[in-house]
Design a binder for this molecule. Structure first.
Ligand code: SF4
Length: 253
C-alpha cells in the first residue's frame, strides 16, 4: 500500500492531493437511485464546491477537506468479479459518490476494469461523469448491451464553471465528449445538476448530442458563499430555476 502526495500531476487538478491505495471490502452497493452503484474511488479530485458526496469523509474517516484526498480501490475489479456472480442483476450507477473518470483514472484504470466485467456479464450500466476521459473506454462502451452514458454539465459559461468547479474539465470538452459518444451510437444524456447560473445556454450547446436530459436544482448549500460573494443570489431562486428549466426542456423534442 502506498501513501503519496502528488503535485500538479494531472491535467485538471492543481492542488496537492493525498492519494492512497486501499483494499476495499466490497464494491457493489445497493443504491436508492438505481439498483446498484460502484465507486472505484473514495474522494474526488474534481472537488466541486457544491458536492453532496463530501459526506463520504465521515464514512472514510478522512479529516482532510473534500477534494484533497482520494483512496484508490485497487482491488475493485477483483471484488466485482466475485460479487457479480452472487447478486441479482440490475442497473449499475457508475458512480454515485465520486467521478469514475477523475484524473487518477487515467493512471489506475479501475473504472475501465470494472466496465469490462460488467460488459462480460451483460449488466445494464449508467455512467455519470464530468470528464472527457470517458472517451478512452468507448471500445468497451460499444460492446455493452444496455448502456447510458452521461456528462454532468451545470452551466454553459466557462467563467461560472471556474467559480464553482475550478478543478473539473472545461464545459466545451464535456460537450464535445457527449457529441462523440452520441455519434458513436451510444445512448447519451446530460445531467444539469445543480443548475448553475448560465445553464440556459446549454439548450443550444446540447442540441443533437443527447437522448435525454436530467435537470435538478441546487439542493445542497455548500456553495452558497460563492453566490453571495459574486452577487448571484437571484440564481438561487425558484423563479430562476423554473425559467431556466422551461428553456432547457425542449432540447430533446
Ligand atoms: S465530480 Fe461529482 S463527485 Fe466529484 S466533486 Fe464534483 S460533484 Fe462531487
Amino acid at each position: 500500500m502506498t501513501n503519496i502526495e502528488v503535485n500538479n500531476l494531472f491535467l485538471y487538478n492543481y492542488k496537492t492531493m493525498i492519494i492512497k491505495e486501499i483494499k476495499a471490502k466490497t464494491i457493489l452497493s445497493a443504491s436508492k437511485v438505481y439498483d446498484w452503484t460502484i465507486n472505484p474511488y473514495v474522494g474526488c479530485q474534481h472537488a466541486c464546491s457544491y458536492c453532496y458526496a463530501r459526506f463520504m469523509r465521515r464514512f472514510a474517516k478522512h479529516r482532510e477537506p473534500w477534494g484533497t484526498f482520494v483512496d484508490v480501490k485497487i482491488n475493485a475489479a477483483d471484488l466485482l468479479g466475485r460479487e457479480i456472480t452472487r447478486k441479482n442483476p440490475g442497473k449499475i450507477w457508475v458512480s454515485g459518490v465520486c467521478d469514475p473518470y477523475q484524473p487518477l483514472e487515467a493512471e489506475y484504470k479501475i473504472t475501465r476494469q470494472c466496465l469490462e466485467i460488467l460488459a462480460q456479464n451483460k449488466w445494464p450500466v449508467i455512467i455519470q461523469t464530468r470528464s472527457p476521459l470517458v472517451l478512452r473506454d468507448i471500445d468497451i462502451l460499444k460492446e455493452m448491451q444496455a448502456l447510458e452514458v452521461g456528462l454532468s454539465i451545470t452551466t454553459a459559461e466557462e467563467d461560472i464553471r471556474k467559480l464553482f468547479e475550478p478543478s473539473a474539465p472545461p464545459i466545451m470538452e464535456r460537450i464535445k465528449a457527449l457529441d462523440e459518444l452520441h455519434q458513436a451510437g451510444l445512448k447519451t444524456y446530460a445531467m444539469i445538476a445543480p443548475m448553475l447560473p448560465g445553464a440556459d445556454g446549454l439548450a443550444e450547446l446540447l442540441k443533437g448530442k443527447i437522448d435525454y436530459l436530467i435537470i435538478d436544482r441546487m439542493n445542497y448549500h455548500y456553495a452558497d458563499w460563492i453566490y453571495r460573494k459574486y452577487g448571484l443570489e437571484d440564481k438561487l431562486t425558484d423563479r430562476f430555476f423554473h425559467l431556466t428549466r422551461n428553456k432547457l426542456e425542449n432540447i430533446c423534442k
